[in-house]
Design a protein around this ligand. Structure first.
Ligand code: HEM
Length: 407
């Protein structure tokens, strides 16, 4: 037994049992988030939907996440990441790496979802509200009192709702005026072939969900990658060689960094996957037993909480033999297919992360620009310690990061 938010939970101890739990939703399991998630996300959020409601909502949102749609966001991501890298290099000394990556990741998701440029003040205020909101999400005291984290979070959610509803109204008006779709929101507002589309409430609750799911996860992923690369100069040099070859090929073809470039980033992708293998980004997630059943020889009773501890599984599944060595090459040696069934940084089953292609694209673009144009250092990289506080791992030292433009 383990626990989730202080509730006892049957914990899956191998990747195969975890996969069984995640892929049996609707039969053996169902989603089981705490009741206060309804209030903070909004009842229409995808993570809270079940059964046919979940399937239909996911189908309506999927067109915003296809490889083609995500490839179309690469120039925007590249512009944002490029401007952050240049401003960090202009500091002439270390920046707070984790906080700076968080602001960048938030700018990326805000602009990709809403499809419009946001003023820096606006983005900073939204991130401030989200930080308060997140603190209320993972509280064990979900009481709506103004001095408790949860009370502050409900007020932050109301403010985010005002902002989000205004963005939806503007996007609907832009679509009616025949303006070309600029972001995920425009795609979400479009009707499918049968004339089905998202209501304003569905849009609002899912924008909140996407902004949340898309920035803390990416911040931790990018922080982990930089930390691992700082400690593994051989991998950093190999990544740089790949990026220089790709930049030369793009120049020869008269193109810039675009959606097509992502496909050639084989080693870069191996670096990202290896960083997520060594330290899972999402620590774990809960489910509820929908009926009595046997799980690995253990009797689970209907209504019991089940915990899929991704971090534990990544570290302890015997198939990696406790191998903590950062070695991206393992993903190029046939390990990828063998590993994918039980290394699950993006989850598994019908709730497999819908944003995974966007997360990979963002990390690839960031690493491409960094390796092509800059050198970097993480202060005291060998001794960075990570907290395991929900929702994501955070470097305790804040990851002091120095970025220097290459001459
Ligand atoms: C490296 C970055 C990311 C990681 C590690 C990650 C991880 C995950 C995991 C493990 C799940 C499954 C949760 C469960 O089964 O209960 C999930 C679901 C989800 N993710 Fe991500 N995610 C990342 C980035 C993103 C991004 C960029 C977006 C959106 C733009 C996103 C949107 C979502 C949504 C909406 C779900 C819920 C899917 C559903 O319930 O059907 N994620 N993610």
């Amino acid at each position: 037994m383990g626990e989730f938010l202080l509730q006892p939970a049957v914990t899956t101890c191998t990747g195969d049992l975890a996969r069984e739990v995640l892929t049996s939703e609707g039969d053996k399991t169902t989603v089981g988030w705490p009741a206060h998630f309804d209030e903070l996300f909004g009842k229409e959020a995808m993570i809270l939907q079940k059964g046919e409601g979940h399937r239909a909502l996911r189908a309506l949102m999927q067109p915003a996440f296809t490889a083609e749609a995500v490839g179309g966001f690469v120039p925007r991501i590249s512009e944002i990441a490029g401007s952050y890298l240049s401003s960090w290099a202009g500091q002439g000394g270390p920046v707070k790496g984790y906080d700076s990556l968080k602001q960048m990741a938030f700018d990326v998701i805000l602009q990709v979802v809403l499809g419009k440029r946001c003023a820096p003040d606006e983005a900073r205020e939204m991130l401030r509200l989200f930080t308060i909101w997140t603190q209320g999400l993972f509280t064990v005291l979900p009481y709506d009192l103004p001095f408790l984290a949860y009370g502050k979070a409900t007020r932050a959610r109301q403010a985010l709702g005002v902002y989000t509803r205004a963005a939806i109204k503007a996007a609907r008006e832009a679509a009616e005026a025949g303006e070309p779709p600029g972001g995920m929101l425009a795609t979400m507002l479009a009707k499918d072939a049968d004339g089905n589309g998202l209501s304003d409430q569905q849009c609002e609750d899912n924008i909140i969900g996407l902004l949340f799911a898309g920035h803390d996860t990416s911040t931790t992923t990018l922080s982990l990658i930089l930390w691992r690369l700082a400690n593994n100069p051989g991998a950093w040099q190999a990544l740089r060689r790949e990026q220089e070859a790709l930049a030369a090929a793009e120049a020869a073809a008269g193109r810039g960094l675009d959606g097509q470039s992502l496909k050639g980033m084989v080693y870069t992708e191996a670096v990202i996957r290896e960083a997520m293998r060594c330290n899972n980004v999402v620590g774990g997630m809960p489910r509820l037993a929908a009926r009595d059943f046997e799980l690995g020889g253990h009797r689970v009773e209907e209504g019991q909480t089940l915990l899929v501890p991704l971090t534990y599984l990544t570290k302890h599944d015997p198939r990696w033999g406790g191998d903590d060595e950062f070695r991206p090459e393992r993903w190029l040696e046939g390990g990828k297919d063998a590993a994918q069934s039980w290394i699950m940084p993006f989850g598994a089953g019908n709730r497999y992360c819908i944003g995974a292609p966007l997360a990979m694209a963002e990390a690839k673009v960031f690493l491409a620009l960094l390796a092509r144009g800059y050198d970097f250092r993480v202060a005291n990289a060998a001794n960075v310690a990570w907290t395991t506080t929900p929702p994501m791992a955070v470097p305790k030292c804040g990851l002091p990061l120095t970025v220097v433009a290459r001459s």
